[in-house]
Design a protein around this ligand. Structure first.
Ligand SMILES: Nc1nc2c(ncn2[C@@H]2O[C@H](COP(=O)(O)OP(=O)(O)OP(=O)(O)O)[C@@H](O)[C@H]2O)c(=O)[nH]1
Ligand SMILES: [Mg+2]
Ligand SMILES: [Zn+2]
Length: 403
């Protein structure tokens, strides 16, 4: 494995245990307070940030400029900060708006995800402002394989960095980390492993070491969000205009980390069941918050299940050590199961590669094969349905002509 970049756990213990352990009271975000479930409501304040935002501060780049260029005239661009079924909160330069999407987008089955840059006409004919377009995504974080309708579930868009959050205790699991890493690599975003609740660990440094062993060059940072310890280790990833999504099981402390970084409560945080350390799925709405320093954080509901989908590329990136070893296998298409001359199994026998890591690799690789097959079946069905619709339309057209 290459160089391991480890952000070592350097917070003095008194810092961890000194700071105020009291949970700050939950407050609604500016958005929720100023707008209603339905309809439109423009606000002049921008949530979680003093002063007006510019598009650049929201992560707008040259590619967005190029894509938006064809909208000359009275159009605004903004960024989706949260989604409530069919309505979306959109941050605009200098304010925010709650709005729906146009019928055309709906018919195309295109729905914006949190983090998307969208186009909204300024003065539509009928007076209702709607999202009329979604600009191409820089990165797409999605869950699972394309379904029967051909749509993968997009969790969030235009993410630069993903904090894979785990916690000291029952959640800490190297195999789960490997899975998350593969999923993040597929998205195009850069992963960072954050081990929270360091205050509960006897030796947080040991957890960092163990996570680093499966993480390759991915930075690993230990923090205690509740005691506000070690959070400065995250600073280098929190540059202005950058977007960071937090993912991980329910109860690992994603919302508590965001609250601590916001230096004020924004996300409701929940209790963890004592007996198994499982969370209660406190966060139910995905939301983008702007930190005082200008980075954007996306809180996510705890993921019950994270599937890999059909992209095998994530596995290749998450297991560079296995791939390197595989170059020594006798057969180029070796599956490292029982083939003779398998250099990967040999490395396991010699203790150079942990057996659990190979098992984890094989399990994930098998899952991709399975999902790909499943997606093919789904696509076939979709194609059949499409043909049916077309031939029905053609029949109706012929019948019409005969009349
Ligand atoms: N001891 C300790 N507890 C923490 C820490 N961070 C969070 N917690 C507690 O863990 C519980 C769950 O925290 P949340 O922030 O709600 O977890 P979450 O990951 O957002 O959970 P979901 O929204 O359900 O996905 C709360 O009771 C927090 O107070 C920490 O650093 N140390
Ligand atoms: Mg939460
Ligand atoms: Zn092999």
């Amino acid at each position: 494995m290459g160089d391991v970049l480890v952000s070592t756990y350097t917070i003095p213990t008194d810092e961890i245990f000194q700071s105020n352990p009291q949970q700050k009271p939950f407050e609604s975000s500016g958005l929720t307070q100023t707008s209603r479930e339905t309809g439109m409501n423009e606000t002049t304040t921008t949530p979680h940030m003093a002063g007006p935002l510019t598009l650049q501060a929201l992560g707008w780049d040259e590619a967005c400029d190029a894509a938006f260029a064809r909208y000359s005239g009275p159009y605004s661009a903004g960024r989706v900060s949260s989604r409530h079924r069919t309505v979306f909160d959109v941050l605009l330069a200098g304010g925010s708006v709650r709005t729906g999407i146009s019928g055309a987008l709906r018919r195309l089955g295109r729905a914006p995800a949190v983090g998307d840059f969208v186009v909204i006409p300024d003065r539509p004919d009928d007076g209702t402002r709607m999202i009329v377009d979604i600009l191409p995504r820089r990165t797409t974080f999605s869950r699972g394989a394309p379904g029967e309708g051909g749509d993968e579930q997009v969790i969030a868009a235009n993410i630069d960095t993903v904090f894979i959050v785990t916690a000291a205790g029952a959640d800490f699991n190297l195999r789960r980390l490997e899975r998350y890493l593969a999923v993040v690599y597929v998205s195009g975003a850069r992963p960072v492993i954050v081990i929270n609740k360091a205050d509960l660990a006897e030796d947080p440094g040991d957890l960092v070491m163990r996570a680093s062993a499966v993480a390759g060059n991915v930075p690993v940072v230990a923090v205690s969000a509740l005691r506000e310890g070690g959070l400065s280790g995250l600073d280098e990833f929190l540059q202005p205009g950058r977007t960071i999504a937090l993912i991980g099981s329910s109860g690992v402390g994603k919302s508590t980390i965001i609250n601590a970084l916001m230096a004020g409560a924004v996300q409701e945080t929940g209790h963890v069941r004592e007996w198994d350390g499982k969370g209660r799925h406190t966060t139910s709405v995905r939301q983008l918050c702007v930190l005082p320093g200008g980075a954007m954080l996306i809180d996510n509901p705890g993921l019950r299940e994270i599937r890999l989908g059909t992209a095998g590329s994530g596995i290749r990136e998450a297991f560079p050590d296995v791939l390197e070893l595989a170059r020594g296998c006798r057969y180029p298409d070796c599956r490292h199961e029982s083939e003779p001359g398998c250099a990967v199994r040999e490395a396991v026998c010699e203790g150079l590669l942990p057996e659990e890591r190979l098992m984890s690799y094989l399990r994930l690789a098998q899952e991709v094969v399975f999902q790909t097959e499943k997606a093919k079946i789904g696509l076939k069905r979709l194609e059949k349905k499409r043909r049916k619709v077309i031939s029905k339309a053609a029949r109706e057209f012929r019948d019409d002509k005969r009349r």
